[in-house]
Design a protein around this ligand. Structure first.
Ligand code: SF4
Length: 328
């Protein structure tokens, strides 16, 4: 079985990333089968619990207050509304419920207390609860863990070198520090990035290198294709090809064999066949639901059809914990 390594070099990752595409897919599919059930795909739902008005300047994001987009600012949702949405998500076979708030960072105030209540409520439904709330201190991570948080998402977005071209209001180290706080609180780490923002292959490899050389690999690695939104600085970026997505997914699968590699934003612009190729390359997680925060996503019924055609089955919730218990 492929060993888990945290000492990958950029050169090694570059060789994998640049290998002939069919060899790359074959190798990734082989690694995938050593560590995962290839029929199994995790279904996650992402709900925007506080939308727009963000002070940050992420060039891809329609929720940044400084860009002129169609996004309407919405204050933090009520706890019961979020729990009701999670019930709906569970009924449509989602096992991970992710809540996103357009914040630069978590503040210790009533809104955070409300988020803690949301986490408790959704956790009580038996779903894996994930949050993406911006930067987080060690203490805040501990509070989220105590409330029942299963995972925390904080994407690196891109390579350290290209990061400054995309975001100027916080640093790469800020990102890494939040990931450290999440890890120290024993919360599952979800971190990946976006392609199609004008970065080059070296940047894509650089981001994968940073992720795969963290002391522990993230348990989830979302790979997003930019969905350009009018009014943002990246509105005119060209669509990435499926082969670029496949290269990222397959490389992530090979260098981080145990991670759930999530085919995230951008699915709405992919055919079923293209998505099938991504699953073949080692993706085993998706975001379901008609919206991904504020951008469109395939309809639930379309995904249900895709699961049928490709004979996929949704991964059960808390599988890692169940497996760990069985093997203890
Ligand atoms: S990605 Fe997050 S932090 Fe960046 S502008 Fe959007 S909501 Fe704010």
């Amino acid at each position: 079985m492929t060993s888990i390594r945290n000492n990958w070099t950029r050169e090694e990752i570059s060789l994998i990333y640049n290998s002939p595409i069919l060899d790359l897919i074959y190798r990734a599919a082989t690694v995938h089968r050593e560590h995962h059930d290839p029929q199994e795909v995790q279904v996650c739902t992402l709900l925007s619990v506080k939308t727009g008005g963000c002070v940050e300047d992420c060039s891809y994001c329609p929720q940044a207050a400084r860009y002129n987009t169609d996004v309407k600012v919405q204050k933090l949702m009520e706890v019961h509304e979020v729990v009701n949405k999670a019930v709906e998500a569970k009924e449509s076979r989602s096992t991970r419920s992710c809540m996103g708030a357009a914040w630069r960072e978590v503040r210790d105030n009533r809104d955070f207390d409300k988020v803690l209540e949301m986490v408790k409520g959704v956790n009580s439904l038996g779903l894996e609860v994930c949050c993406t709330l911006g930067m987080l201190t060690h203490e805040q991570a501990e509070k989220l863990k105590a409330a029942g948080l299963y995972a925390y998402n904080h994407n690196l977005d891109t390579s350290e070198e290209f990061y400054g071209d995309i975001i100027s209001t916080r640093t790469y180290d800020d990102r890494l520090n939040t990931l450290k706080h999440v890890r120290e609180a024993n919360i599952s780490v979800c971190s990946g990035g976006i392609i199609g923002m004008g970065e080059n292959d070296t940047d894509r490899i650089g981001m994968l290198h940073t992720l795969s050389t963290l002391p522990q690999h993230p348990e989830s690695v979302p790979v997003n294709a930019l969905v350009p939104v009018e009014g943002t600085p990246l509105e005119d970026q060209e669509k990435v090809s499926v082969f670029e997505m496949v290269r990222m997914i397959a490389t992530a699968r090979i260098i981080m064999p145990k991670a759930m590699v999530r085919l995230s934003a951008g699915r709405v612009r992919m055919t079923l066949e293209e998505q099938a190729m991504c699953f073949m390359a080692g993706a085993n997680s998706i975001f379901a639901g008609d919206k991904l925060l504020t951008t469109p996503n395939p309809a639930v019924v379309q995904d249900q059809e895709m699961f049928q055609v490709l004979q996929l089955k949704p991964r059960v919730s808390h599988k890692d914990q169940v497996t760990a218990h069985i093997h203890a």
